[in-house]
Ligand binder design. Structure first.
Ligand code: DHB
Length: 308
């Protein structure tokens, strides 16, 4: 079955890809994504300067999902600007994930990375793991100002990666921000910030940074992810493409994201846990499920969730 999809005019050979952060920091990792069955190469969120990230252990997988406080380890935007032209040879979209510690950082990085011609730029408003730094996506005024400034320097399609919202009022507010910013697509959701996982045996936290607090991913966040995909699909009446992220472990999880309104799906925790073979497995599971249910393509069921 053809699992391809189109987002903001860019064709993806399959609707499955890595989530920013998962196996996508180094040149080697990005090239391995290029050779894999991932439908795109999404970079780690990049900052102005290269960063080693937070002290280890900073990622912990457990049966229900994962917790991380990576602290934005990345090569710095100049290195990604040099790498991106070479990554295009793999024949799939390259998505540059842009972060920063100030509005000016985002604008500087976006301007230069745009010149390296990624196929799309994903503006990450939702890194939960920098000590003392609030998540921008929880401040609508700063988000709007920042996105409007970034929009002015970006010529490729610009998407926004949002944190999870747990209240419809916040989703409505952010939908207005997104509308006013000229975004071409949304990526929903980033990790559920500032969770805490406890090891009762050792009576301690499972990651070291920030006293054990970190972003949650994997199976346990799926209902929150689906709710945000669905809410923004409705707020934009299906007119703004959404990349669904959160809780994708099986082809059925991908299908649920599609039903809620996603045009494509990103895989984070399950990619880290299972490795690059995950894209072949998920593709097969999704194709089998769609065939069994009589859906001709992923896009045929986009947003088609029935309400009782
Ligand atoms: C990190 C974690 C995130 O969830 C994110 O969006 C960006 C960065 C991190 O800690 O590196």
């Amino acid at each position: 079955m053809d699992l391809s999809t189109t987002i903001a005019g860019v064709r993806f050979p399959t609707c499955l890809m890595n989530a920013a952060g998962a196996l996508c920091v180094t040149r080697e990792e990005l090239e391995a994504l290029g050779r894999s069955s991932s439908g795109a190469i999404v970079t780690k969120s990049m900052t102005l300067e290269a960063r080693a990230g937070n002290p280890e252990p900073r990622y912990h997988g457990f049966p229900g999902g994962s917790i991380n406080s990576m602290g934005l380890p990345n090569l710095g935007y100049r290195a990604y600007a040099e790498l991106i032209p070479g990554l295009r040879k793999f024949g799939k979209p390259v998505v540059a994930s842009v972060a920063g510690f100030s509005e000016d950082d985002f604008v500087t990085i976006a301007r230069v990375i745009n010149q390296s011609q990624p196929d799309l730029i994903e503006v990450n408003l939702s890194c939960p793991n920098i000590p003392g730094e609030p998540q921008i996506g929880y401040d609508p005024e700063i988000s709007e100002r920042l996105l409007q400034r970034v929009r002015k320097v970006v010529t490729v399609p610009m998407g926004v990666k949002l944190p999870p919202y747990l209240d419809p009022a916040h989703q409505q507010t952010m939908a207005r921000v997104i509308r006013n910013s000229g975004a071409d697509f949304l990526s929903l959701i980033n990790s559920v910030g500032n969770g805490l996982v406890v090891d009762p045996q050792r009576e301690c936290t499972v990651i070291k940074p920030k006293g054990g607090f970190g972003g949650l991913g994997g199976a346990l966040i799926k209902p929150v992810a689906l709710a945000n995909v669905r809410a923004f699909w409705k707020l934009f009446e299906g007119r703004l493409p959404i990349i669904g992220t959160g809780g994708v472990v099986t082809g059925t999880d991908v299908f649920e994201h599609l039903l809620c309104g996603a045009s494509a799906v990103q895989v984070g925790t399950t990619l880290v846990e299972d490795g690059l073979g995950v894209f072949d497995r998920l593709g097969k599971e999704l194709a089998d499920l769609l065939t069994r249910k009589g859906h001709p393509s992923p896009s045929a069921c986009r947003g088609a969730l029935k309400e009782l």
